[in-house]
Design a protein around this ligand. Structure first.
Ligand SMILES: [Zn+2]
Ligand SMILES: [Zn+2]
Ligand SMILES: [Zn+2]
Ligand SMILES: [Zn+2]
Ligand SMILES: [Zn+2]
Ligand SMILES: [Zn+2]
Ligand SMILES: [Zn+2]
Ligand SMILES: [Zn+2]
Length: 450
């Protein structure tokens, strides 16, 4: 499998070549779905056929699978040609799978993304032990038996008063085309464009859904509600232990530098776009230079960031360009790529014989001035440095620990038993609370000046 161009990177990628175990392109690091796939790959075709046949075995309906017409790569099964047209007229045009159209490529991309072959068949996984293979089979069988379904497209009977769409809450009238999902109960129906995954909000590819606790999901996101997924190899984690960082999970051996693949368990690392890097690679790839002194800003040094500019978070470097007043923890005025303590300094006036400087600051709410900036340090600290980001418009200062140590999590659930699953939801709720609380605390530390 080589050569398919990347839709995201264009010329930058010479063509898709699979990484040894990450399931991304070694050239551009994008996932395979981003690379043009003109036909459903054989591996996926086989997996899909198996999924559909497994589904039919468990299915209560006697529906046949969607056979393609000449015009479309796929059509909903069991409906008349004019209803096929009515169904597709509800779907955004760029998502209608006309043969050789962007809609067909969208369908293939979604098949690859929503129904990962490695979620159901051990042979598509990289290095599962015998025990893990057994668990994957059980996991996959259980989901097919208890959650998997295929939406059925039907004309809503004209004789009936209509129903409410499960997604948008709006009316579906007699004579409208609607999607029914037997797992969700017999009255449940959706507008064709509303039959989406409750997690990624994408149309459920080929109407294949997984039903859980009142919601429908794509295969990928349903699996992730039950088990953690490794951020590096994209496989479901069946091992008892995994590495957890920032609410995401990795196989222990897969928590390694995205660049040099040094294993980072117990080591310091820096996360960038949800990918961990060793300090060495991070510095050589993403080094920032201080706008004041021109020196490199080390990962252990505090950093101020504002609209793409960077400074050492030190009194000398982050100071007024006119009078050198240190600006850490103070409101500042950015102008023409420089920062100033006041309007008068920004206009190049002598700060000593002007009171406009004071009046400019006094007109600001006092409460904002009393809030302290986070601590900054230019000396290395054992837990790593702080990065202070000042975002545009409202100049909010926030601290984020860039380098940190990993934690090892014993994942608190098995594939069976609702009690353990409950723990997982409580755990998720806690994670949500923790991240949002953290964000909230950061926000109230904001200082702004207009
Ligand atoms: Zn790419
Ligand atoms: Zn590529
Ligand atoms: Zn709807
Ligand atoms: Zn989804
Ligand atoms: Zn992994
Ligand atoms: Zn590295
Ligand atoms: Zn500097
Ligand atoms: Zn000044």
């Amino acid at each position: 499998m080589c050569g398919q161009p990347c839709m995201r990177c264009g010329e930058q990628c010479p063509g898709f070549r699979m990484h040894g175990w990450r399931k991304i392109c070694v050239h551009c690091k994008c996932v395979r779905e981003e690379h043009v796939v003109r036909s459903v790959p054989g591996q996926l075709e086989r997996m899909m056929l198996k999924l559909v046949s497994d589904f039919q075995r468990h299915s209560i309906s006697d529906d046949d699978s969607g056979c393609a017409s000449e015009e479309y790569a796929w059509v909903p099964p069991g409906i008349k040609p004019e209803q096929v047209y009515q169904y597709f007229s509800c779907i955004p045009e760029e998502k209608v799978p006309f043969v050789n159209s962007p809609g067909e490529r969208y369908r293939i991309k979604q098949l690859l993304h929503q129904l990962p072959a490695h979620d159901s068949e051990p042979q598509y996984c990289n290095s599962l032990g015998e025990e893990e293979k057994k668990e994957l089979r059980l996991f996959s069988q259980q989901r097919k038996r208890e959650n998997l379904g295929r939406g059925i497209v039907r004309l809503f009977p004209v004789t009936m008063t209509g129903a409410i769409c499960q997604q948008c809450g709006r009316q579906i009238c007699g004579g409208d085309i609607a999607v029914f999902a037997s797992r969700a109960g017999h009255g449940s129906c959706w507008h064709p464009q509303c039959f989406q995954c409750g997690s990624c909000n994408e149309l459920l590819v080929d109407l294949i859904y997984f039903y859980q606790d009142g919601h429908i999901y794509c295969g990928r996101h349903h699996a992730e509600r039950i088990k953690p997924r490794c951020q590096a190899c994209d496989e479901i984690i069946f091992a008892d232990e995994c590495t957890e960082a920032e609410g995401r999970h990795w196989h222990m051996k897969h928590f390694c530098c995205f660049e040099c693949e040094t294993v980072l368990g117990g080591q310091r690392y820096i996360m960038r776009e949800s990918r961990p890097y060793c300090c060495h690679c991070y510095e050589s790839l993403y080094a920032e230079y201080c706008d004041a002194c021109g020196e490199h800003i080390g990962i252990d040094q505090g950093q101020m960031t504002y609209e793409g500019q960077h400074w050492h978070a030190s009194e000398e470097c982050f100071s007024c360009a006119c009078c050198r007043l240190p600006l850490l923890g103070r409101p500042f005025l950015p102008r023409r790529g420089l920062i100033f303590c006041s309007r008068s300094c920004s206009l190049g006036e002598d700060p000593d014989n002007s009171d406009s400087c004071d009046s400019a600051l006094q007109s600001k709410p006092v409460s904002h001035k009393t809030i302290q900036n986070p601590q900054h340090s230019s000396t290395p600290r054992p837990q790593g440095g702080s990065s202070v980001t000042v975002t545009s418009k409202v100049n909010t200062c926030r601290t984020a620990v860039k380098a940190a140590s990993t934690t090892t999590a014993s994942f608190p659930l098995e594939s069976k038993g609702t009690n353990v699953t409950m723990h997982y939801y409580i755990y998720l709720a806690f994670l949500w609370w923790f991240t949002h609380m953290h964000y909230f605390l950061i926000k109230i530390q904001g200082i702004y000046i207009t």
